[in-house]
Design a protein around this ligand. Sequence first.
Ligand SMILES: Cc1ncc(COP(=O)(O)O)c(C=O)c1O
Length: 482
Amino acid sequence: MNYWKPDRQSTIPLHQQIEHYIRHKIISGEWPVGTRLPSQRQLASSFEVNRSTITIALDELKSWGIIEGNKGGGTTVINNTWNMIAAASQQTIDWQAYVKAGTHQPNLKTIQKINHAEFAQGIIRTGTGELGKELMPHHQISSILQQAPSEIFLGYEEPKGNFELRQQIAQYVKQWGIHCSSDSILIVSGSIQALQLIAVGLLARPSSIVAESSSYIRSIQVFQSAGIPIHSVAMDKEGIDLQDLQATVAQYQSGLVYTIPTFHNPTGILMSEQRRRDLIEQCQQLRLPIIEDDVYRELWLDDIPPAPLKSQDTNGNIVYLGSMSKMMSPGLRVGWVIAPEPVIERLADIKMQTDYGSSNLSQYVATQWFAQSYHEPHIQWVREQLRIRRDQMLELLQQYFQDIADWEIPTGGFYIWVRLTVIVPMQQLFEHAIQANILINPGYLYEAEATSSIRLSYAYTSPEHLRTSIALLKKYIILLRR
Ligand SMILES: Cc1ncc(COP(=O)(O)O)c(C=O)c1O
């Protein structure tokens, strides 16, 4: 996200300020040769100027041979003063070659676009997986911080994370029948970090994992980057399909199952109690560990969901993930892993090599959140609000999408997985929508074949904004249908 804006009070014309800004980025090496500049439309929106102002600035830079327009309409940095001098002595560093050589996969192009567009002014986010600002506990966190003692611990934490927080988590998960000591808990910087640690720390090579078809895990490149392919297992209304699971594991000799049994991302499916029992039994027979990603558990809207798989884990087969992100604040970056001690110690050891521990200020806030009983009233209120928003979203879908899509009513979590019944080029729909300042999460982010689905979220955007965007999306879908 770009925070710089030209100064409208200055006597220097706007286009000249922009040209200076871009020139500085290039000369300082922040935008090395080969960098693609944001589109003119994006620059105009981020600098809050007309597109014609951008065109003048870019034309000037082009005339100096610093940037060049390419066929697809983009603009690329082709030269800078430092590079010119260095090229003369054959010392130019081709950073683009280094960038491409890294072992971690880049995000999917659409995710990169979403990550940037999410912070553009005026954008409406129809699929975002976090609570809207108005649902986050600003006052409570502010009061926790105000009461923080002046001698608050500011050093590095122990490898597994803050001891008091781990005790609080051990106490917190007891309500669902998970009995563990603080020794089998690792605090992580969001549950995504747990996935990263597991990918590099627990699986032999070559190896693969299985996960529900259409899964959050596919929208991040954590396992793929570690050289571990993800094989898809079908789902039905009760969760992961066990026959398909068995067949897939046998076919690929997979080393682990990743599942989101409670309010699955992106489909919203809640795994039934029976399926949970059967899954545990089957995995025990197959000697297959399970990663249970349970970050949406607290966001039930109708009935309390069945207990976590982990609560039935008598053999230590399950690695359990929880997080503050979805129920309270993702910005805190506090999550936890509950697993047998050797697993926790292995993951903690890698975490120490990765970041030497999560922020202890965040861990302090999370500890107080539970210790001072802020959690329960907050989560009850969040559920009430989400219930209202879910129902409003369902009404909107009924009004605008009834003849072009179907969907299930989610009983918790954030998402409605909308399956279009008409054929629409999803990528084009994404691009059309973004031009109109509407951001959608196409289904193909969660499963390459899910080209006719869209993940909508009722958690982030206000119902008023959702109404405008759903109405407009309908128009585009009709316009683009084949
Ligand atoms: C199923 C699931 N797991 C993990 C995460 C990551 O959450 P965190 O913020 O705890 O890293 C998400 C976020 O979208 C998610 O949907």
